[in-house]
Ligand binder design. Structure first.
Ligand SMILES: [Zn+2]
Ligand SMILES: [Zn+2]
Length: 148
């Protein structure tokens, strides 16, 4: 959806591991452990399928749009109806760490980038520089949780 005006150079995994600067984790992050025990840390909004568009908040699982209000948004994420819908949309196994969920036959949701992607663009999205960078960020955040 949003493309940064200036694209950053890609970091290799080696460079990521060399980063010594501590990453400050805000409380609104979610740790996800993959089947292969790899960990990814994504924002709570991304995990919950909450998209912020200008002055509105949209939940991709419940298909509702709310006014941009922090308390309202947090209450939505805690509601049992919402949580049930999040569980009903599991991550697609074949896309593993890309954390893709299918919303319907035409639309997918990328948890890594917190964006909706239409079916014809899904493969291209996963291969895109924007997605790769977001995935590396999620992996880098997770390094902070690994006891050394
Ligand atoms: Zn919802
Ligand atoms: Zn993505």
């Amino acid at each position: 959806m949003s493309v940064p005006a200036l694209r950053q150079p890609k970091f290799t995994n080696t460079q990521l591991k060399d980063v010594k600067k501590p990453i400050i984790l805000q409380p609104d992050f979610v740790i996800l452990t993959l089947r292969n025990k790899d960990k990814l840390v994504v924002s709570s909004d991304a995990y919950h399928g909450i998209l912020t568009v200008e002055m509105e908040v949209k939940c991709v699982f419940c298909k509702v749009t709310m006014d941009l209000d922090f308390v309202h948004k947090e209450n939505h994420k805690k509601s049992s109806k919402h949580l049930a819908l999040v569980r009903e949309h599991p991550f697609i196994e074949t896309f593993s760490q890309n954390l893709i969920k299918q919303l319907n036959c035409d639309n997918f949701y990328c948890t890594i980038c917190n964006v909706m992607v239409t079916a014809p663009f899904l493969k291209r999205h996963i291969m895109s520089e924007v997605h790769m960078q977001e995935l590396q960020k999620a992996e880098a955040r997770a390094l902070n949780y690994t006891p050394s």
